[in-house]
Write a protein that binds this ligand. Structure first.
Ligand SMILES: Cc1cc2nc3c(=O)[nH]c(=O)nc-3n(C[C@H](O)[C@H](O)[C@H](O)COP(=O)(O)OP(=O)(O)OC[C@H]3O[C@@H](n4cnc5c(N)ncnc54)[C@H](O)[C@@H]3O)c2cc1C
Length: 499
């Protein structure tokens, strides 16, 4: 065993690199951690919606919530509102709240009851504040565990926290990756000024550049293009809602060749159109997005991607994280959440890592591929639509479905969704309740198996009383205006925070 401390080098300081530095610092309080990135290259500058993994990351790393709200212009996110994704349901939410663990022999009694009555799950189980742009007075900023933020402010915020946790930052471009000629392991990163950064374990968080993985010839990509059509996006900001209100959710509006996001921060809205380049080019995307949003788009950014993930994100002594390892598309904001899962998952392997620990590597890569297949299942589910009104939606209707989703669709014809649909042993992002909200919105859930289940299991009374309780709970929160609550938090911070 070596006598000097094991050292970790993270290439890249976008959201992924910074999350890695903080989670790894929490796991390894004394190890040297260096982050190398280039301010000339900068960060991708999108990625403003998070998932419920966000709060658990903050708690794990002891990051104060109010500080994050103030410093990153954050807003609350209670879910996503899907508009025009089908011909039968003008809009529905995917928002997990309320009591989703009322099981009777593995069946979500309340869920099955709402399925049977054809009542949208979120509308029944979430606080009425969701559609009124209000939040719960009682636990205010903790009334959700996911947020929207300004990605550049988030970058500064996380950097300053990492800096205070003894993470070393080096600003330079990585020009070469030096490997050991016998083992193929990375020995150091050679920078553009000729200096080098040696390490024992490396993280490639260089975004779509995949600098380390490409250098060690480990960038074999599992593409989802056979299941998904979207491969492009434009992004553009608009002013905050002129009403002064701030929505507590992301809007996902289906478009002719994809869908459009709208994410509110405290100071503006971030918007984008995710589309398929087979049916739309950048210029057409700008025109369509301008028409839909009602804003003139003077400047936009354009992104091209191939949905999928690295077949092996951990190779030799290097693990790719964030965009360097995977990206499906912006729908459901899966990227930051899966990055958090990925980094947390590698900790136990890294804690006992020795060069040549191939069983660990294989096992971790297998878990990551299960996580990524789970994301594919969720994303593909949204496109399982009866829309065929444009060439994109027609083509989407003819696209193959991944085997995991195909299996669920077959099961759901025979019985309602249950907690056992997703085993949850590999850190998957989406569990049965998540899938259920979207499946119902997309019109996939059949009521007949629900009625059979309720009757045969004698659940009618439980279902009715649980549904009543849930309805009462839904209307029983003391609410405050979302925008006003955020303004007040910022104001208190300005008036008192620095004294
Ligand atoms: C259109 C779009 C919308 C998205 N929306 C969401 C969303 O709503 N929610 C979500 O969770 N995710 C979203 N994502 C994904 C999200 O943007 C990323 O997960 C997140 O920003 C993390 O990116 P990253 O750190 O992996 O890469 P980047 O931000 O690209 O960071 C890469 C880092 O590597 C450095 N670097 C690169 N090459 C070199 C080099 N040669 N030498 C030195 N340094 C180098 C860069 O300077 C930078 O610091 C979206 C992505 C796209 C494309």
């Amino acid at each position: 065993m070596q006598d000097r401390p094991f050292s970790i080098v993270i290439a890249g300081s976008g959201t992924a690199g910074l999350l890695a530095s903080l989670i790894l610092r929490r796991a390894f309080p004394e190890l040297p951690i260096t982050v190398v990135s280039s301010s000339k290259i900068g960060i991708i500058g999108v990625g403003e919606g998070s998932t419920e993994h966000w709060r658990s990351f903050m708690e794990l790393c002891d990051i104060p919530l109010e500080r994050m709200i103030v410093d990153t212009a954050a807003t609350h996110k209670y879910g996503i509102r899907f508009e025009d994704w089908t011909t039968h349901t003008p809009d529905y939410f995917h928002s997990i709240s309320g009591s989703d663990d009322i099981f009777a022999f593995g069946v979500h009694a309340t869920y099955v009851g709402f399925f049977e009555q054809e009542k949208l799950l979120t509308n029944q189980t979430s606080s009425i504040g969701l559609i009124r742009n209000k939040i719960s007075r009682n636990n205010l900023h903790k009334s959700t565990n996911q947020y929207h933020f300004d990605t550049f402010k988030l970058n500064e915020f996380l950097t300053s926290i990492a800096f205070n946790k003894r993470i070393r930052f080096v600003d330079a471009e990585i020009s070469t990756v030096k490997t050991n000629s016998e083992t193929g392991n990375i020995e150091s990163l050679i920078l553009d000024d000729g200096s080098d950064i040696p390490g024992d374990f490396f993280f490639d968080a260089t975004g779509f550049n995949r600098v380390l993985m490409n250098s060690i010839g480990a960038a074999e990509w599992e593409s989802y293009s056979k299941y998904l059509l979207c491969d492009s996006a434009i992004a553009f900001p608009t002013e905050s809602d002129p009403s002064g209100q701030i929505r507590g959710y992301t809007r996902a509006r289906a478009m002719d060749s994809g869908w459009m996001w709208e994410i509110p921060t405290q100071e503006r809205r971030g918007n984008g159109y995710v589309f398929s380049s087979q049916f739309c080019d950048e210029e057409q995307a700008v025109q369509q997005a301008a028409k839909k949003s009602g804003y003139t788009i003077e400047k936009n950014r354009y992104f091209k991607f191939d949905a999928g993930y690295l077949k092996n994100c951990w190779v030799k002594n290097c693990c790719a994280i964030g965009l360097a390892s995977s990206f499906v598309e912006p729908l459901e904001a899966t990227s930051i959440g899966s990055t958090i899962q990925q980094i947390k998952q590698i900790v136990p392997y890294l804690a006992a890592y020795q060069p040549g620990n191939t069983a660990s590597q294989k096992h971790f890569n297998k878990s990551f591929s299960i996580l990524m297949r789970n994301i594919l299942t969720m994303i593909r589910l949204h496109y399982y639509s009866d829309r065929t009104d444009t060439p994109f939606w027609k083509a989407m209707a003819d696209m193959p479905i991944n085997p995991e989703l195909e299996e669920l669709l077959e099961i759901w014809k025979e019985r309602p969704p249950t907690r056992y649909d997703i085993p949850n042993n590999n850190g998957e992002m989406f569990m049965s309740p998540h899938l259920a909200h979207v499946a119902q919105g997309q019109g996939i859930i059949d009521t007949t198996p629900c009625t059979l289940t309720i009757n045969r299991m004698g659940l009618r009374e439980i279902v009715n009383s649980e549904i009543d309780k849930m309805r009462q709970a839904r209307n029983n929160h003391e609410l405050v205006d979302h925008a006003a609550a955020l303004r007040e938090t910022v104001q208190i911070d300005q008036e008192w925070g620095n004294r």
